[in-house]
Ligand binder design. Structure first.
Ligand code: PLP
Length: 362
């Protein structure tokens, strides 16, 4: 690959498109003839203002974000949203609904328990997903939180869960901008950038206007959505570099044909791997129900010879395919194939899987 780069199947921080990195490399020292790196500029100057404004405008176009939604570029990772959401949307003692489908939504629910009364509306088993029709929502909940794609389990909701006029809050950290979504069905969508968008350090929040301005008085200033909205994501020094790279990625995706095109490509890429698993006559196994298999994170095992998994990961590494080890909590392998993973990467992995199975199958 160009620049001696490998295929990196990391779940995050993830790969960035090489042309974005090349452009960033030039801008790193002297951004568009300004004589300064984008990291050295005043975040209140006109240059950076143009960068953040364009990033927001392009994201609005990509996701077709309605005008009654604000876009924020925040810090603290998606994990900070786990507390920011209850602190802004519910008072102490009020009830909120959480759907637990894996490690990340569980963490979100645990955090919310510090601030309000959490009703666990449904639980998944890491293999399937409880459909929205099976969620036991409490009658008076302030919002319903779920995770659209569980990065560790590799389970993904294929359509927006239907919750009537309740406030739906979605953690889309690992499948943000991988497919079109109807933003108007959500109260809040949030995503750490470091999987499907850009570098770590920035978290994107899309929030409906009527949900802004209700933070508890004791909420830290930095955890009040209103403060960030009023200050155009610049209440304090923003993560300029990360926002700049996100902007380059948004621009690239628009040029590639937007999110319909990304979804098509992501479906093609995921199919290459799931087909390779299916064609292996049981040598490889995907633990996930085909109806909810993630297009982004593909966990798989070698069920009859688990000792071979280490060998697989090592040999794949030698062949230029890195970070295929499954999450430490589940083992096995996991191929994360976010937007920036080229189809050649998954094709190479699928060929490697075939050869490895031919060599080791009993
Ligand atoms: N939510 C999901 C679905 C994730 O995959 C992750 C990180 O892997 C997080 C939340 C936490 O994100 P951050 O590290 O930005 O706090």
């Amino acid at each position: 690959q160009p620049h001696g780069r490998v295929f990196n199947f990391s779940a995050g921080p993830a790969v960035l498109p090489v042309d974005v990195l090349e452009r960033a490399q030039a801008d790193l020292i002297n951004w568009q003839g300004s004589g300064m790196s984008i990291m050295e500029m005043s975040h209140r100057g006109k240059e950076f203002e143009s960068v953040i404004k364009k990033a927001e405008a392009d994201l609005r176009t990509l996701l077709n974000i309605p005008s009654n939604y604000k876009v924020l570029f925040l810090q603290g990772g998606a994990s900070t949203q786990f507390s920011m959401i209850p602190l802004n949307l519910a008072k102490a003692g009020e009830t909120v609904d959480y759907v637990i489908t894996g490690a990340w939504s569980k963490k979100a629910a645990e955090e919310a328990k510090k601030y309000c009364n959490v009703n666990i509306a449904a639980k998944g088993d890491n293999k399937s997903l409880p459909p929205a029709s099976a969620w036991k929502l409490s009658p008076d909940s302030r919002y319903v939180h779920y995770c659209d794609n569980e990065t560790i389990g590799g389970v993904e909701y294929k359509a927006t869960p239907e919750v009537g006029d309740r406030v739906l809050v979605s953690d889309m950290s690992s499948n943000f901008i991988s497919k079109p979504i109807d933003v108007s069905k959500y109260g809040i969508i949030y995503a750490g950038a470091q999987k499907n968008v850009g570098p770590s350090g920035v978290t994107i929040v899309i929030i409906r206007e009527d949900l802004i301005g209700h933070a508890r008085p004791e909420a830290p200033t930095m955890l009040d959505y209103k403060i960030h909205v009023e200050n155009d994501s610049m209440y304090n020094t923003p993560p300029c570099w990360s926002i700049y790279i996100c902007g380059l990625v948004f621009e690239k995706l628009l040029k590639l044909g937007g999110l319909e095109a990304m979804q098509k490509l992501n479906e093609e890429k995921a199919a290459v791997l799931y087909d390779a698993i299916a064609a292996s006559n049981g040598f490889y196994n995907s633990p996930v129900d085909p109806a909810v298999r993630s297009l982004m994170n593909v966990p798989f095992t070698i069920p009859s010879q688990p000792d071979l998994e280490k060998v697989f990961i090592k040999e794949a590494e030698k062949a230029g395919m890195l970070q295929l080890k499954g999450h430490r909590s589940v083992g096995g392998m996991r191929a994360s194939i976010y937007n920036a993973m080229p189809i050649e990467g998954v094709q190479q992995l699928a060929s490697f899987m075939k050869e490895f199975a031919a060599k080791h199958a009993k």
